[in-house]
Unconditional design. Structure first.
Length: 432
């Protein structure tokens, strides 16, 4: 089992490196193109492309679907930005490019969930992507970018087509991801001064983040770029592969994460720095919790079958478990329906009178950083997935003991590994 997972993941890293190098030779900017955004955690064009690379195929129905989605979405969204204050006229400016939700604002003051600083602090200026479209009536020290869904606009598509039609790598330029990249670049060119600044980003290697970095560097190549990986480690981190844009520091929150990035994902040793977490000061107790993934990309029936097998072999205290859905997916029909089916299985499961009941967490599909969080807090966790890219590889994560309970059911144990270093006193102010 471990050998198969090791082979699939390590060979896919090599295949992907080759694919990205071929794209670079063709003059494609791999940091910006959705065809090169090889993510495992969200269903997208890059996710579909990654699975084609894995299977040595050129096309699939999923790939075609998301390809056309990238084209159609060119005419379905409107971008704008709102300046609440211009950039301060100071010698030293620290700009945080981050995300915002309505919950982050109180009386016009923005609080950043990742760096744990707010817009009342005059040491920082914020450029924010509004995830839920919320715009406060008043705010301090920030610019807010909005992305609004509109009626399909074929005129805009034809206008954009006329601008891109003669580009060498046409489809890498003519897509909705690139529209947003260009808008982010516009914000930087319009609002940045020529003076040197520090850029701070809760980094996920997303194309729009890379666009912001590239635009900042073009404005002044002496700008200092500090990227912070705020998540805990996840099994297959190919979406974080180094894409050769100028970054001065990549801050990660454990030595094991640093080692994996340098050894497997090509990050230069001099860039990656271990710090204690800025986002997390403590970790929650994750016992008696079932976690659903951000996107349900796998066969739901096979996942549910795996759950039935698991609870038939391991006695859990299911009556006291809660089901956790990602905050951005709490109203998603797929997630709501999956939760209902889980509750039905729990209701119909046979009750066994064991004195000791297992309270370890159970994770479905892509685990994100939840698996390592559970391992640090609970020491062991169960994982149900049909995708070998979602399982920990012993060759990459040698401190995790991996055992297979059934075809799509795994158990992880890690007793002494710190996947996240915690320090309540650590602050971003100490690092800039």
């Amino acid at each position: 089992m471990n050998n198969e997972i090791n082979y699939v993941q390590l060979s896919l890293i090599k295949k992907s490196q080759k694919y990205l190098k071929n794209c670079e030779r063709k003059g494609i900017n791999i940091a910006l193109s959705p065809f090169c955004d090889l993510t495992t955690w969200i269903n997208s064009l890059g996710y579909q492309k990654l699975h084609l690379i894995n299977k040595n195929k050129l096309l699939s129905l999923g790939y075609i679907r998301y390809f056309f989605s990238e084209i159609i979405n060119i005419g379905r969204f409107k971008f704008d930005y709102y300046v609440y204050n211009g950039l301060p006229n100071k010698k030293k400016i620290n700009i945080i490019y981050s995300y915002s939700w309505k919950k982050n604002f109180k009386k016009g003051i923005f609080f950043d969930d990742y760096f744990k600083v707010n817009s009342e602090d005059k040491n920082f200026f914020f450029i924010l992507n509004s995830v839920d479209g919320f715009l406060p009536k008043k705010a301090k020290n920030c610019i807010i970018i909005t992305r609004t869904k509109t009626f399909f606009n074929p005129i805009f598509i034809f206008h954009y087509l006329s601008r891109k039609i003669f580009y060498k790598n046409f489809f890498h330029e003519f897509n909705s991801t690139n529209i947003f990249n260009e808008f982010v670049n516009k914000v930087v060119q319009n609002e940045f001064q020529d003076k040197r600044v520090n850029i701070l980003i809760p980094f996920e290697n997303r194309p729009h983040q890379n666009a912001f970095i590239l635009a900042s560097n073009s404005k002044n190549n002496k700008n200092r770029i500090i990227c912070y990986l705020h998540n805990m480690p996840w099994p297959f981190q190919l979406d974080m592969i180094y894409k050769k844009i100028k970054i001065d520091k990549l801050l990660v929150c454990s030595d094991i994460q640093k080692k994996v990035f340098i050894k497997n994902y090509l990050w230069p040793k001099k860039i990656v720095q271990t710090i204690s977490s800025l986002r997390f000061k403590t970790l929650k107790n994750r016992k008696k919790t079932i976690f659903l993934p951000f996107d349900l990309t796998e066969d739901n029936e096979k996942l549910l079958d795996g759950f039935k097998v698991l609870i038939s072999k391991v006695f859990f205290d299911l009556d006291n478990y809660k089901i956790s859905i990602h905050p951005l997916k709490v109203f998603a029909k797929d997630h709501i329906n999956f939760k209902k089916k889980l509750l039905e299985i729990v209701k119909n499961s046979k009750k066994k009178n064991f004195k000791t009941k297992n309270t370890d967490p159970i994770i479905f599909s892509h685990p994100g950083g939840t698996a390592t969080e559970c391992l640090q807090v609970c020491k062991s966790t169960y994982h149900i997935t049909t995708d070998k890219l979602h399982v920990f590889s012993k060759k990459i994560w040698n401190s995790i003991k991996i055992s297979r309970i059934d075809r799509n059911v795994y158990k992880y144990v890690s007793k002494n590994t710190k996947f996240l270093i915690l320090d309540k006193k650590n602050s971003i102010k100490n690092l800039i």
